[in-house]
Ligand binder design. Structure first.
Ligand code: ADP
Ligand code: ZN
Ligand code: ZN
Length: 747
């Protein structure tokens, strides 16, 4: 007798354990297979087998049979089962929730099915075809169907094709089937997301010296199936070509590869380009696929029909076997973190998957995350560098423009003199320009336009957030409040106000100076529809406009050969966000945006407008000096006790009525305090524990309160985070709660 342990597909704490079922005679079952089982009063419940067992201690009458299997193969591969267990242990979600990451959502509840087409197959022996056709002389439409099939070398045609050519001739076809001349078959077709894509030339360029050097480290590791690397290569250094060669080597060795890119970089152009190098061997997984396409791509991968999968964060769970290489491009991107349950970091999971499966991990960026670069410093990642651009194209020249001086000179426009001159030169040379507007941080902090002073919290090293409803400034790390000053505390100027410029304002200004210039604007308003983002970029690439105005959306890994000028309208906007990562994000963004200039032969110029030209993030970005930035930022994090030295965990309460959110948050706060009260060994690591209204008090009509814990990042301290997640799961009245660790936003 054999048994199996099943996780039922219910994401509730109470059933977050395995249940034992008997395997009926004649059923082949293994770990990772999806099954239907009777569960309580539910007749057919979906579940996943997580273990096969020989015996069972329960009395036989208490053990029920597995009803049936959903597929005849394991939907969750053994390594991915291990990964799911790991997520379950580290991210405070149920195993059922973690397992749901491993296959397309639509497979649950059988919401997608295979797409089939009907094929008419001629079954008449070639020798007697003429005879059979002649016998249909008195049924001309039947004869027409036969003739069409006979003209086809394969003797087969999809029913759709026959119908298109001959009109509705279904009865004739059925009659032919009855006579035994034709057979109708249902065949599966895979929905392809690659419809009408233009193909690029798939020629290999000759490698640069830098690329060769990096590959001479990487390829032997791929062969040995071991190693974890951080590729720090400046923008335009040719990292993508390194990826392609490494993937190809893995493929030559009979292994497979996963390439993760930020969702926003996964443009049709990028996909097409990858496909042009790997053809049918490549599969894509991203959020714009229809459920059917996603399901079919997933199965193509699962059946071992592809060598390389390219996709966003969740492609780290691609059901590939024999993984030899996982690449994470733009590894500093926040989008590799999934904040809400099940919370995970795709970089960490990729690392784990590589170690488990004997694969090489390659993280790559022009602006590596603090965490990865620190790991490289400790030797946990091997650092590979590409400090020069391909063909020794120069790095762009960055002009830092002090906007305080512009105001002093009487210029109140959003554009400085140098930026306008640069834009003029670029346009008259017939080149393209990008104007970058940092949308985030719009009107949330208060700064002085005369001296650049920003109101910051004396305790927390972040800017105070402006709350328009109450007209106060508040620090949302510690809750400190102060009134909005009318004059600058530093220089006395009256030009102190909320900061922020939008894309529309920039567009108006460009039109004021250059009424005839063609421009495209890319922001949340102009990219609402499914492919608007990609379409706009394509139009710009094809030279439909000379100026592109955009938000962060335009910063990511885009390669526009004709762009020679980049204007950064307000470099500080993000710097002043009340977030400990704002300096890191600013540096990354400025470096990436600046990297869009001068990618082909013409040199690039960047105008970086700022009210804080001395800030180390601005300074380092203007010199594209990653190392200088890294050193200073790590020191600051250590001094101010921010991650990676500490952990920040928060409970976020959302309710229709503010008093409900406040009441529950305060109750949670008391529980947390009581918990720490009894644990001196934890308490000594707590940097702060606070309850307060969120900086953005209402979102989509919900009022929000939070409990925020900052604690030194030691293994023992995870107990405190565990307690927070436990509190988050307790039943609440009129209120919802989630627990987040180092959330990507504290707003
Ligand atoms: P990165 O991702 O490092 O910013 P890319 O991979 O986009 O840089 O490469 C920058 C540009 O250089 C691209 O246009 C690419 O086609 C080109 N390129 C890369 N490698 C080579 C090479 N070996 N020879 C010629 N051009 C190359
Ligand atoms: Zn001032
Ligand atoms: Zn504070």
């Amino acid at each position: 007798m054999s048994y199996c342990q099943v996780i039922v597909d219910i994401a509730h704490e109470d059933v977050d354990r395995v249940f034992t079922y008997r395997v009926p005679k004649g059923m082949t079952l293994c770990s990772g297979m999806r099954v239907h089982v009777p569960f309580g009063r539910i007749h057919r419940m979906e579940g996943i087998v997580v273990e096969m067992v020989e015996s069972c201690d329960l009395p036989p009458e208490r053990v029920k049979d597995v009803t049936d299997t959903l597929e005849d193969y394991p939907a969750v591969l053994p390594h991915l089962l291990t990964l799911a267990k790991r997520i379950h242990e580290t991210s405070f979600c149920t195993l059922a929730q973690a397992l749901r990451l491993m296959f397309p959502a639509q497979m649950r509840g059988e919401r997608v099915s295979n797409k089939t087409v009907e094929i008419a197959v001629l079954t008449v022996n070639p020798a007697v075809r003429a005879q059979v056709l002649a016998a249909q002389a008195r049924a001309p439409r039947r004869a027409a169907v036969l003739k069409l099939l006979m003209e086809e070398p394969s003797g087969e045609l999809p029913w759709e094709t026959i119908r298109k050519q001959l009109g509705d001739c279904r009865p004739m076809l059925m009659a032919l089937c009855k006579q035994g001349f034709v057979r109708l078959e249902k065949r599966e077709v895979l929905r392809s997301p690659y419809g009408a894509m233009e193909r690029l030339s798939a020629q290999d360029p000759e490698l640069t010296t830098q690329q060769r050097e990096v590959l001479s480290n990487l390829l032997p590791a791929v062969e040995a199936g071991k190693g974890a690397f951080l590729l720090y290569g400046v923008t335009g250094s040719g990292k993508t070509e390194v990826f392609i060669r490494a993937v190809r080597r893995a493929a030559q060795l009979g292994k497979t590869a996963i390439v993760l890119v930020p969702e926003i970089a996964l443009t049709p152009q990028m996909v097409m380009w990858f496909r042009s190098r790997f053809g049918e061997d490549a599969a894509v997984l991203h959020s714009r696929l229809s459920p059917g396409e996603r399901y079919d791509e997933w199965r193509r991968i699962r059946r071992g029909e592809v060598r390389v999968v390219i996709g966003a964060r969740s492609a780290v769970f691609a059901p590939l076997e024999q993984v030899g290489l996982i690449i994470i491009d733009e590894e500093h991107e926040q989008s590799y973190l999934s904040d809400n349950a099940p919370r995970y970091d795709a970089r960490e999971l990729a690392h784990m998957r590589c170690e488990q499966e004997g694969a090489v991990l390659l993280l790559a960026s022009a602006t590596p995350s603090m965490r990865s670069f620190a790991m490289a410093g400790r030797g946990d990642l091997t650092l590979l560098e590409m400090p020069r651009r391909v063909q020794n194209r120069p790095m762009p020249t960055v002009h830092v423009v002090d906007m305080r001086r512009e105001l002093g000179n009487g210029n109140r426009s959003v554009f400085s003199g140098p930026l306008l001159t640069g834009l003029g030169n670029c346009l008259s040379a017939g080149k393209q320009a990008i104007l970058f507007v940092n949308r985030r941080g719009y009107a949330t902090f208060v700064s002085c336009r005369s001296c650049g002073y920003v109101v910051t919290c004396s305790q927390c090293d972040v800017s105070m957030t402006y709350h328009s409803s109450e007209n106060v400034l508040r620090c949302h790390y510690c809750g400190r409040e102060m009134p909005v000053p009318h004059t600058c505390p530093s220089c006395g100027s009256a030009y102190i106000k909320y900061f922020g410029v939008g894309t529309q304002r920039v567009e108006e200004e460009v039109r004021r100076f250059y009424p005839d210039v063609s421009l495209l604007r890319m922001d949340n308003d102009t990219t609402r529809t499914r492919d608007a983002h990609a379409t706009l970029l394509e139009r710009f690439r094809h030279g439909e406009a000379q100026v592109l105005i955009g938000t962060q959306m335009i910063a990511k890994g885009l390669d526009f050969p004709n762009v020679t000028m980049v204007g950064i309208v307000a470099a500080d906007a993000m710097l002043r966000l009340p977030d400990y990562r704002s300096a890191e994000r600013t540096f990354q963004l400025l470096t990436q945006v600046a990297g869009r200039a001068g990618r082909a032969d013409a040199p690039g110029e960047v105008f970086l407008q700022t009210y804080d030209p001395e800030h180390y993030a601005i300074q380092a970005a203007s010199r594209q000096d990653y190392r200088a930035f890294f050193e200073q930022e790590m020191q600051r994090r250590k001094r101010a006790l921010y991650p990676p030295y500490t952990l920040i965990a928060r409970l976020l309460y959302e309710a229709d009525r503010e008093e409900d959110a406040r009441r529950e948050a305060q109750a949670a706060m008391r529980q947390m305090e009581a918990f720490l009260e009894r644990r001196a060994y934890l308490r000594k690591y707590v940097v702060s524990l606070r309850v307060m209204a969120c900086p953005v008090l209402r979102i989509r009509g919900k009022s929000r309160w939070q409990v925020a814990l900052k604690i030194v990042d030691k293994p023992v301290c995870h107990e405190a985070v565990g307690k927070m997640s436990e509190i988050a799961k307790m039943p609440l009245e009129g209120c919802a709660c989630i627990c987040q660790v180092n959330p990507s936003s504290m707003m």
